[in-house]
Ligand binder design. Structure first.
Ligand SMILES: [Zn+2]
Length: 231
């Protein structure tokens, strides 16, 4: 730490102190119960890392309720037998096999930098990022990245990840026998609304008009131009 580090303006430290002195006393019992009984979240939330996506606000949840994994783009790596150092795949296995979650949400969002990057360049130094974005390329459209195309790509990317989730044997088995439901969400930041993937409609429906928050299994996603993802 440089000598000139502004201790007095250490906002992070102030946040930590405020959490301990103000928030924790109000919720102490809840935290202690979660320690004594262990966590039993019913939901695995796979979301983009974007700072504007706040899963606890969207779902009205708190400590112990969401098992969360976030990454650039809310992508799901393929279940390809490579057994690599992959955090998202490990989190899916843990949530399904150990925590026995009953819901898996994949949540993308508007103005997603990862989706935009599918149409542009990433810094040459960002080799891992470049490779990671491969997981969204199947959702990209052969058009110029106008706002409409970006939104469609964001939504297509969510469905692509749901389809890849179904390649995880432990997920497929439980979705098929009804123990796990799948939920594809697209959060539109500026509207304060989540659009949910509706299996019957084969498209995204604003939550305010939707009949359900999404469920699986579902047939292959067919775009209105007739293109089938991952066919
Ligand atoms: Zn994003």
């Amino acid at each position: 730490m440089p000598e000139s580090y502004p201790i007095a303006e250490d906002e992070l430290l102030q946040c930590l102190q405020r959490f301990h002195s103000e928030y924790f006393p109000l919720h102490q019992q809840r935290f202690q119960d979660l320690v004594a009984q262990g966590q039993r979240p019913k939901t695995l939330f796979i979301g983009c890392s974007d700072s504007r996506l706040v899963p606890y606000l969207l779902t009205g949840t708190g400590p112990g309720e969401l098992f969360m994994v976030r990454n650039v783009g809310a992508f799901v790596p393929p279940y390809d037998g490579s057994h690599g150092h992959h955090g998202t795949a490990a989190a899916i296995e843990f949530a399904v096999l150990s925590l026995e979650v009953s819901r898996i949400i994949v949540c993308g969002h508007s103005h997603c930098g990862a989706i935009k990057a599918l149409y542009g360049e990433v810094p040459t130094e960002a080799q891992n990022l470049h490779r990671w974005l491969d997981l969204g390329r199947g959702a990209a459209l052969p058009v110029q990245p106008c706002p409409e195309a970006l939104r469609r790509t964001e939504q297509r990317a969510v469905v692509l990840q749901l389809e890849r989730l179904m390649d995880y044997p432990m997920v497929r088995q439980r979705v098929t026998d009804g123990r796990i439901s799948l939920h594809g969400w697209h959060y539109v930041i500026e509207e304060g609304e989540v659009h949910v993937f509706d299996v019957q409609e084969r498209g995204f429906v604003a939550a305010s008009r939707a009949q359900c928050s999404g469920t699986g299994p579902y047939p292959p996603y067919v775009e209105h131009d007739g293109q089938v993802l991952l066919d």
